[in-house]
Design a protein around this ligand. Sequence first.
Ligand code: DGJ
Length: 728
Amino acid sequence: MPIKFHEGSKTFHIYNKHLSYITCIMENGQMENLYYGKAIRDKEDFSYLHEEIMRSLMAVCVPEPGLLSMQYTKQEYPVYGTGDYRNPALTVRQENGSEIVDFKYVSHEIYGGKKKLAGLPATYTESDEEATSLDITLHDSVMDTDLVLTYSVYEDYPVITRSARLVQKGDQKIRLENVMSAAVEFPDMDYEMIHLSGAWARERYVKTRKLEMGTQAVQSLAGTGSSSEQNPFIALKRPHTTEDTGEVFGFSFVYSGNFLAQVEVSTYEMTRVMMGINPQGFSWELSRDEEFQTPEVVMVYSDKGLNGMSQAYHRLYCDRLMRGKWRNHARPILLNNWEATYFDFNEEKILNIAKKAKEVGVELFVLDDGWFGTRNDDYQGLGDWFVNKNKLPNGISGLSRKIEEMGLKFGLWVELEMVNKNSDCYRAHPDWALQIPGKNPVRSRNQLVLDFSRKDAVDFIFDSITEVLDYAEVEYLKWDMNRSLCDVYSAAAGYQGKVLYDYVLGVYDFLDRLLKRYPNLLIEGCSGGGGRFDAGMLYYTPQIWCSDNTDAINRTRIQYGTSFFYPVAAMGSHVSAVPNHQTGRVTSMHTRGVAAMSGTFGYELNPALLNAKEKAEIRAQLAQYREYQELIREGDYYRLSNPFQDNFAAWMVVSDDRSKALVSVIRLTAEANPPAAYVTLKGMEEDAFYREKTTGKVYPGAALMEAGILLPAAVSEYEAYQIELERV
Ligand code: DGJ
């Protein structure tokens, strides 16, 4: 069992071949965080890791025989009012207004496998041998409340998952104002924090900053999902850590609502990391026999640099977060009509686009926004999930069948969490929108948010959309979401502090019900582009639209950042028309294809407007993608350059047995008569020889990784190359 409890020292050692995590029960019954890092050999007692130093004015909670002070102790789940003056992981407001709690160890349970988290997405196991879990139960006797800290360690991944649960056993109604999913303490502050920050059309740019004393944090208050601005991920790395060497600690939050990822460095240079639901806008009442479950944090430890951390997340999320038919399965190559038509289409136009898409070899056609209600622009129609017969006289069923007859699969866009004031839905049920009584609601993209915390509204939307899906051949759904939440007030909720969390669980429940009804449905997540790229959504939507920005050059940065924590298999990435609709830039079809092949691949253009040369290029592109699709999806992904700094964007995928590799390079700058440029590879077998497909040249694996491959001389701006290598 890779979780041991040492009775004598009251110490838990959670470990596998990659990592160790050690926590113990202190003299005062609370839990101390002793170690997290590279795997160390188990022993009975790790108490030497406890810092026992007398400091003047120290707040001492157990004076004799040793000294115990929460002020300088690395704690497992710190609370306020114990003599520890740093940020707490838990704030519980009691009926008398007090926030002081004291949770002491009561019992624990170690078991094989991993339990589900009620109503929440989480990583999972398929057998009890894959992971071992530990529940530590602590109790506060004043409130008569249990706190259960849960840990799971996977056998093969360098991963520990954590969550917390509160169970009220006493009579008073308590209010949870802040419940982090995990806290981890490090004894020093010599780290840099990495996070993914951005905006619409430039999502997930990699930011790195040195830790300083005090609190540094990233958070989302957008209501749902990660938001384009901040992603629910942080990593701590040592200053000397590179892509391939050195230590990194990754923290990923499996939740699609407001989050807080906070790092606090004390004046004694200790570092506390906490991750959980953002306390802003959250307040949860617990009465006797009720409980609250936090979402999960997935912690990856890597001593193989940033790329080592990324590969661990990629493997875990592909294998044990994504589910159902589409896990480890080829995704259809699709064409989406959004940039081809926007709202301006009818059945004839759509069928023509689909026909042309089929001719070049596309597999699935997606009908985007504008097919329902009076949705002729973005001022109306959301909430009315019945077909617009003026545009599509044969309905979605008729259209989808015609498309199926062409030999194409059919996909449909929806934005089910939203409502326009100009809709039948809003006119009949204005109270189903989140808005403050008596206050003019804040609109964004001219729409309001439907109250997904209330069952009647959700059931109505579920019935409306299943009425469409039940009678049509829909194999793919694009689940969009084009605004953030504010005016969070539910006419049905009573106590408002729970609405945001219930909203997120309402979305999850809806997705779960959809997938139960249509188990083969592939759902692609989307939120104004890549505003909801998070691990919570990945559980339901195994691919997520990376960004509305389809410019191949900008995409190298967006996809580079996304690859820090999310697998290529999840990245919705398409070739679009030029001049690009977001940047106006013109790049070749080849360059656009190379960029999009670092994702699920598809097209975002009107194939009816392509000339013969472009059609031939697309056919060749599709053949190339089909050949490498599995390698791209399942292979080990390596970043070879940093497109924020370098003249090239370069990355590669290598097969598990290291017999095959595909290297992609895009020139980011244009320079006359540039110096020779080499790209050095990673992950190859040192002693093996590899043949490069186009030139037939054979290279030793070590040479590819040390000297690299000379890139062809540039002949035009933004040139791209794909280097295909096979072991000989
Ligand atoms: C935002 C998405 O990112 C686009 O791809 C498109 O689906 C529009 N919404 C439609 O309104």
